[in-house]
Design a protein around this ligand. Sequence first.
Ligand code: SAH
Ligand code: DHB
Ligand code: MG
Length: 223
Amino acid sequence: MAKRHWTPIDRYLTDLLVAPDPALDEALAASAEAGLPPINVSPNQGKLLHLLAQAVNARRILEIGTLGGYSAIWLARALPPGGQLVTLEADPRHAEIARANLRRAGLTEFAEVRVGRALETLPELAAEGGDPFDFAFIDADKEHTTDYFDWAVRLSRPGGLIVVDNVVRGGAVVDAARDDADVRGVRRFLEGLAAEPRVTATAIQTVGSKGHDGFAIARVLGP
Ligand code: SAH
Ligand code: DHB
Ligand code: MG
């Protein structure tokens, strides 16, 4: 059982349950054309994010790690009229491609791509004092996941949902021989999550066209 087995199953489920969307296909094609790494969420994962955002009636969504805007399109499509996605991206080239992809998807007025390292743009966002976020998706460098999660909690409303990508990394998270900054970052995040009184949380392994990985999902509690 491995990726070669999981990928046709993802295709089967996606063909049945995820309606074709030319804007999403074009976003992936333009991202590949520009040489971006294919580390976007899969279509059925994108739709899961979309459904979760809708389930909490998200009007304001925060994303950390835009890449070419594939997950951003899924998230922005979950918003009601007047809703807003703020998505943070360190690499100006990625941000430019994401803006073009969001524009092609007709989502310019729903999505703002902010360029800069998230540890710099998150305090700026907080200082602006906008309305709290209803939903957050954390998917940037794994080293700083703990800090991104802390910001997401601070910027969320009670009842808000926070999803964190790549918390399993093919099992590296429990492999004692793996000790790189990414894996250490994920472990530190999960251990902190276990001790975090401001949320209730779980984590789930996933398999599919993106291999073996996982999501952590946290609900922000009241004050
Ligand atoms: N969410 C995207 C994939 C994101 S890939 C999708 O599913 O479609 C991770 C992205 O995080 C990359 O584009 C990378 O440039 C960005 N990133 C890495 N370090 C960052 C940082 N410190 N601040 C903001 N973004 C960062
Ligand atoms: C990587 C990053 C991701 O966000 C992801 O979903 C898969 C892989 C990576 O950095 O390799
Ligand atoms: Mg990811």
